[in-house]
Design a protein around this ligand. Structure first.
Ligand code: PLP
Length: 440
């Protein structure tokens, strides 16, 4: 049987090695660990490096290229627009108007305004500000392990130390509460005996910490950077009800979970959530930087003209790209494909878990799954060294993966949503080979 992947070198190949050496002399060394290779070009789910090695991709960049790498219709839309207009700042363009309408039409019905930006951090930062302006309060409830970006308010709301380390006190008013990390439940519960006691703990913390100035709660539908951690069914709906009872703005951070990733257009749909604000990004441009804050008109209406805008918000190339992405989603039923391929992949990953002593947990839905690597399934001791081994060996065998997690011990399974059954099986064969041959 012919294979899609081909790795002829011991990585890095000669051209990659030369470029990596040069790169380390010039670019700041503050980005995350990647397998040693230099990307050249990519198409669909396949990435080719500068040495001609070809890999299947479980990264989608970082959950960005949802319609597949360099989808021809996306590339054509970008080319066409780039030849006509490159910046217009706050002026409208036909593409901007069309995109705003389409985006409002696709989000939960209460979200009837869009504010266009460039990065996910900008969108969550804006959401926090809007929540404060709208309520006149300043306290933000946020979750430990959360990641909302690297700007000041976004990083302050985040519950991981990396984006805050060494920058002095975080934004005042953030109250961090625990997120339900069921594989490592701090209350020692098992899923069948869970009555969401962690929700009661969360409420108790807020009661003890709040000075009575609650503005909003910001939450990821699943925690991405913390390790693809999914809350139990019903948790987010309960959070929504609780937020509304306390007159708080509910901000759902769908920067990485939106546009089909979980097998629904928005992860909020799984529980029929009606957030006041929703931040989206990454996949909405599928490679071109664009993000957005979706809002109820009344909530964002608290901002007057000139009170918020961004140099590249509504950029014509980004808008043309985002419009093309929405069209591709419809034409190719990508949400449905994500659900179908996700189910296929999860079933096989659960089988692989039985054979691999280090694969502690397989979790997720659609095409976003986490593989938690542990030293021992009983003690659940995290194994970041083995996780790095998985990244390197997977690449050597033709599969690109990245890692996340509070302990750096979770492999990301997040291929482009165009993945076919053939590509899924070949990539799973590679992962099975790697996981069942780990050297502890
Ligand atoms: C949930 C979530 N929010 C916000 C961000 C920040 O997005 P950006 O890196 O585009 O600023 C990310 C990025 O990984 C994210 O996963």
């Amino acid at each position: 049987m012919s294979r899609l992947t081909r790795v002829k070198d011991t990585l890095p190949g000669p051209k990659s090695r030369a470029l990596l050496d040069e790169w380390h002399n010039y670019e700041a060394n503050c980005v995350g660990y990647q397998a040693p290779l230099v990307w050249d070009y990519a198409e669909g789910c396949l990435v080719t490096d500068v040495d001609g090695n070809r890999y299947l991709d479980w990264t989608s960049g970082v959950l960005v290229t949802n319609v597949g790498h360099c989808h021809p219709r996306l590339v054509e839309a970008i080319r066409r627009q780039a030849g006509r207009l490159l910046n217009n700042y706050d002026f409208p363009t036909p593409e901007r108007v069309a995109l705003a309408k389409r985006m409002v039409e696709t989000t939960p019905p209460n979200l009837d305004r869009v504010f266009l930006l460039s990065t996910g951090s900008e969108a969550t930062e804006a959401a926090i500000r809007v929540a404060k302006r709208y309520t006149g309060n300043f306290e933000i409830i946020a979750f430990s392990g959360g990641f909302h970006g690297r700007t000041y308010a976004a990083a302050s709301a985040g519950g991981l130390p990396g984006p805050k380390k060494g920058y002095g006190p975080i934004m005042p008013g953030v109250i961090h509460v625990p997120y339900p990390y069921c594989y490592r439940c701090p209350l020692g519960k098992s899923c069948d005996a869970c009555a969401m006691e962690c929700f009661d703990v969360m409420e108790t913390i807020v009661k003890a910490a709040s000075t009575g100035s609650l503005a909003g709660v910001i939450v990821e539908p699943y925690q991405g950077a913390a390790g693809f951690i999914f809350p139990p069914d019903g948790y987010l709906k309960r959070l929504e009800t609780w937020a509304r009872e306390h007159d708080m703005v509910l901000i759902v951070d769908e920067v990485q979970s939106s546009y089909g990733r979980t097998g629904k257009m928005y992860a909020a749909e799984w529980e029929g959530l009606r957030p006041h604000l929703m931040a989206i990004g990454k996949g909405i441009g599928s490679g071109i930087p664009i993000s957005a804050l979706m809002s109820e008109a009344e909530v964002i209406g608290v901002l007057g003209p000139g009170e918020m805008s961004s140099t590249a918000g509504g950029n014509p190339v980004s808008c043309a790209a985002a419009l093309a992405v929405l069209e591709i989603f419809e034409q190719e039923n990508l949400v449905e494909n994500a659900a179908r391929m996700g189910a296929l992949m999860k079933a096989r990953l659960l089988e692989i878990q039985e054979k691999c002593p280090y694969l502690g947990d397989v979790r997720g839905r659609g095409l976003v799954m986490g593989l938690e690597i542990v030293r021992d399934k009983r003690t659940k001791e995290p194994a970041p060294d083995l996780t790095r081994q998985v990244i390197d060996r997977a690449a050597q065998n033709g599969l690109l993966v990245g890692s996340v997690g509070i302990f750096g011990s979770v492999i990301r399974v997040a291929p482009p949503l165009v993945i076919t059954a053939e590509e899924a099986h070949e990539s799973l064969d590679i992962m099975e080979h790697v996981l069942t041959n780990l050297a502890a």
